[in-house]
Structures are given as structure tokens and as C-alpha cells.
Design a binder for this molecule. Sequence first.
Ligand code: ATP
Ligand code: MG
Length: 274
Amino acid sequence: MCSLKLLHTDEGMLSFKSVSHYYGLHTPLEAAALVGVDFELPRDSVLLVSGHVGSGKTTLALLAGKLLKPTMGEVRISDHMRPAVVFQVPEQQFFCETVTDEVLYGPRNFGIPDPEKAYDQAMKSVGLSPQVFADRSPFKLSGGEKRRIALACSLALSPDILILDEPETSLDDFGLYLLRILLEDLKGGMSLVLATHWPEFYLDFATHLLLLNEGKQAFFGTLEELLRGDHESIYNVLPKSKIMESAKRLFLSRGRLPRKIEELIVDEESDIKC
Ligand SMILES: Nc1ncnc2c1ncn2[C@@H]1O[C@H](COP(=O)(O)OP(=O)(O)OP(=O)(O)O)[C@@H](O)[C@H]1O
Ligand SMILES: [Mg+2]
């Protein structure tokens, strides 16, 4: 049986203490999704969580957002810090008939002052008109619009930790551009946890990386530690390791992380030409 082990702490803003999570525990379908994950994330961090399909990214996101209880270990969040999770599949978090009700559900139920203002701001932040979308069904939007509404639902809660599960999926170039601008804007005011198959998209503004390999923690540390250190085996676990290797070379030659994704791509291309 799962035991609730969510404690509050002032150590790190978010910490996992020997956390394991099993689905279908003690049934024939038992699956170990996370095993012995242990890290401490300081305040105002941007954590990338990466690893191959089925490595446990979504499970970790749900645990960090208090939406799942760990089977073993403890997930701790600093006092008064509010997490919010943007799901990998937006439909899984929708349950209201209109966009307004969906986005306002959190603010109305968590005592956010002036929910209507929170709705307006959240919709504008994700580049959607608060009026045009107000009475539409969240289930009948395009894939990209659904993702943006899902993000608006979380933003309307004014979270301290925003956890996004593969937010770049199904976005067109404009959507990706908006996402980047928005995340860079949010970065100063809250911590971000980004589960992703595309870590290099966020590399230039992330602070920490957690790599998962079949549910186990293959690496946790700052990007500097990853790029400066001797962690060659880790690149086998990274979904797009070639670009991460390119980031490492760029970092070692210039002594800084790439500031724009274009720098990585240029470096990658020049490496290929050599
Ligand atoms: N609801 C569930 N019931 C049973 N097993 C599950 C459930 N959700 C996930 N799993 C299993 O737990 C493991 C981790 O799944 P999880 O969804 O966390 O991985 P992921 O890294 O997010 O994968 P993806 O890259 O496909 O999103 C997988 O082996 C998966 O099959
Ligand atoms: Mg997932």
C-alpha cells in the first residue's frame, strides 16, 4: 500500500529522498517506474528531466506536483510553495465544459484573489484571446491550443514551481517561439521543471539536469557539472546526445553555456563538416 510522504522543507525548494514509484504494486502488472531517485533542487532553478521513452519522466513530474504519492521515499516541497503541473496529454487534465471554467477552476478553488484577472493574464500569456476562447470546449480545440490552455490553467494558479511535461510537443514554430519567450519570462519568478525529449531546446536557460534511465537516476547536477565533468556514459542516455555533445564542446571551448539554440546548431553543423 502507498503511504503519503509529502513533507514540507526549507532545505531545497523541491527534493526527492530515495523516491521509488511502482504502478500496480503487488499485482501481476507491477511496473517499477522510478527507483531510488534522490536530488535536491534549489530555489529559482530550471530543471530539465530527460531520458528515453518510459524512463519515468511523467511519473517524476506527477510526484513533484503532488499528484501522485510515492510508493517509497519522500517528496518534499518548501513551505508555502505551490506546485502546478501541465500534463503531457492536455485532455487528461481537462474536465470542464468551457475554457473559462477550466482555467478558473484552480484560482476559484485555491483562493487566488481576483480569479477573472488571473484568467485574463493567463490567457494572454499563452497568446490566446480571453474573449474568443471563453465559451469554447477545451476538448474541441486544436492540439496546440489544448496545450496552451493546459498551460494557462497552471499559470492562473500563480505557482512557485511550474512542472511541464513535454510542453514542446505538438507546437508549431510560432508556438515554440511563444513557449520559449514565456518560459524565459517566468524563469525569474518561479522554478521550472521541464520533462523533455529535447533538452537542447532549453539548454541555454536551464540550470540543472536530471537524467533518467529505466527509472533510475543516471545523473543529477548543474549543466556546468554535466558539461565540464567526465560523464561520457551519460550521453548514451540523452535522447539527442549528438547535440548535447556539441554543447559540451562549445562549453569547454568558450567557458560558458550556449546562450541561444542557434549556437548549438551552428556548432553541430561545423562539427559535421570537419
Ligand atoms: N498508469 C500506469 N500504469 C502502469 N504502468 C505505468 C503507468 N504509467 C506509466 N507506467 C510505466 O512506468 C514507466 C515510466 O512511465 P512514464 O510515463 O513515467 O515514462 P516517460 O519517461 O514519461 O515516458 P514518455 O517519454 O513516453 O513520456 C513505464 O515503464 C510505463 O510503462
Ligand atoms: Mg512522459
